[in-house]
Design a binder for this molecule. Structure first.
Ligand code: ZN
Length: 429
């Protein structure tokens, strides 16, 4: 079921290279263009919610768009150019065109003294202001004089734009996959999760599914608040969910549990990561991070965890120009896709069975259940898996419960259940 060919990972890098230069923010044409490009890969529906719309305690903000921006030095030479790197302008900057002294310019400039070559990423969504981001080295080289600052942006009544993509399964129970699409040229922190989510849709769409899958491509915070506010009546269909973020760096996987802490998605993620044998971290829920903050707010308390590699804020490249396409690892993108597919596969297969021969153990040898496994070097462990499945299939334990109690891989437990069902010793309930 799982696999990412070189072709498809090149495809995903092609996708991310096209998305990288777009100037995304929480509203505006950058998000629209991003969703239009994603539509070439998966059938996303683009939704628009008008400025001023009340969404719980929040209001959909004015739409921000930017065409150009620069700083010219006293000699009239462009020294900072938005066209070269969209991180140079603080997101949601108000328009401005004037000459300012070096002192005033510096009060509106953001740098990273600890990484003097990198340009930081800054936003000013809810306070109308203007600002530039540049390398600390460049700031230090500026000499006294009057600088021309120019930002050709607009902050007007418009819309908040987001994308939604629904893949129906055989039941109305849904698995939610949510990614944020509000960062400009940042690769791990937003492009990686868009690419992984697109690939998950493509792979899932080729399978026969029990669950329906809902993909959201939304601006962080205000996007999930808006979606929850406008879909409150449908939220009860969400059985499990993952927020994907920072899924392309070289680090190992971090899974942050839902607020519930032991929801099926939390246990499924833990089981898949354990079974993989790869290094990983499991962390408890905290009300800080990505859109799990909204999905897990007490009024919803959805079973939504957060799937990451290196968490936000804990890698130096985070929210800087160094989070670029070179920072991504193709093998990490492929691994994130494969682990997420593993989690979905487990949820799809996590059913409850009843032992049809519960009075003492059935004779496995007579049914060929020993011989069918005899040639395999892992025969002993497969036999053990069958004994666990037979013993715990009393109608109150699903396969994940059994895998956890038996300390065995979920795949082994699932294979045992399939084998026993074929021999009429087990029935799904
Ligand atoms: Zn971020």
């Amino acid at each position: 079921m799982i696999g990412t060919s070189n072709d498809s990972s090149q495809d995903l890098f092609g996708l991310m290279s096209r998305l990288y230069p777009l100037c995304r923010s929480i509203t505006g044409d950058g998000v629209r263009q991003t969703l239009k490009i994603l539509q070439e890969y998966i059938p996303i529906e683009i939704r628009e919610v008008a400025t001023g719309t009340q969404v719980f305690d929040w209001t959909v903000p004015k739409e921000w768009n930017i065409r150009d921006a620069y700083i010219k030095n006293p000699e009239g030479r462009k020294i900072v150019d938005f066209q070269a790197c969209n991180l140079h302008v603080v997101s949601y900057s108000a328009p401005i065109r004037k000459k300012v002294s070096l002192e005033i310019l510096k009060a509106h400039c953001f740098t990273l003294p600890q990484h003097p070559q990198w340009v930081p990423y800054r936003t000013s969504y809810y306070k109308e202001d203007w600002g530039f981001c540049l390398s600390h080295q460049q700031l230090q080289e500026l000499t006294d004089g009057d600088y021309e600052v120019f930002i050709d942006s607009s902050l007007k009544e418009g819309h908040l734009t987001y994308g939604e993509c629904f893949l129906p399964g055989s039941t109305d129970d849904e698995i939610l996959i949510s990614v944020h699409v509000c960062h400009p040229s940042l690769a791990n922190d937003n492009l990686s999760s868009m690419a992984v989510a697109s690939s998950l849709y493509q792979q899932l769409s080729r399978l026969s599914l029990r669950y329906s899958y809902r993909f959201l491509f939304i601006p962080g915070t205000i996007g999930s608040i808006t979606w929850l506010s406008q879909n409150e009546s449908r939220v009860s269909r969400i059985r499990h969910g993952l927020v994907l973020a920072c899924v392309g760096d070289a680090g190992s996987i971090t899974y942050k549990r839902s607020r519930r802490g032991n929801a099926e998605i939390d246990r499924a993620a833990a089981q898949v990561l354990r079974d993989s044998g790869a290094e990983h971290r499991l962390t408890d829920f905290s009300p800080y991070g990505y859109d799990e903050r909204q999905f897990c707010s007490p009024g919803f308390d959805l079973a939504v965890g957060c799937f990451m590699r290196t968490p936000h804020g804990t890698f130096p490249e985070y929210h800087t120009s160094a989070d670029n396409l070179e920072f991504l690892r193709p093998e990490s993108i492929a691994d994130s896709i494969s682990k997420c597919m593993g989690i979905f596969q487990l949820l799809e297969q996590n059913k409850t069975y009843i032992n049809l021969n519960p009075k003492c153990e059935p004779q496995l040898g007579r049914r060929g259940l020993y011989s069918s496994i005899g040639g395999q070097t892992d025969g002993k462990i497969r036999e053990l898996a069958m004994l666990w499945v037979l013993n715990l299939s009393d109608g109150t334990h699903n396969l994940l419960d059994i895998a956890e109690k038996a300390h065995l891989d979920f795949g082994l437990i699932h294979d045992a259940a399939s084998n026993l069902s074929r021999h009429d010793l087990l029935k799904e309930i």
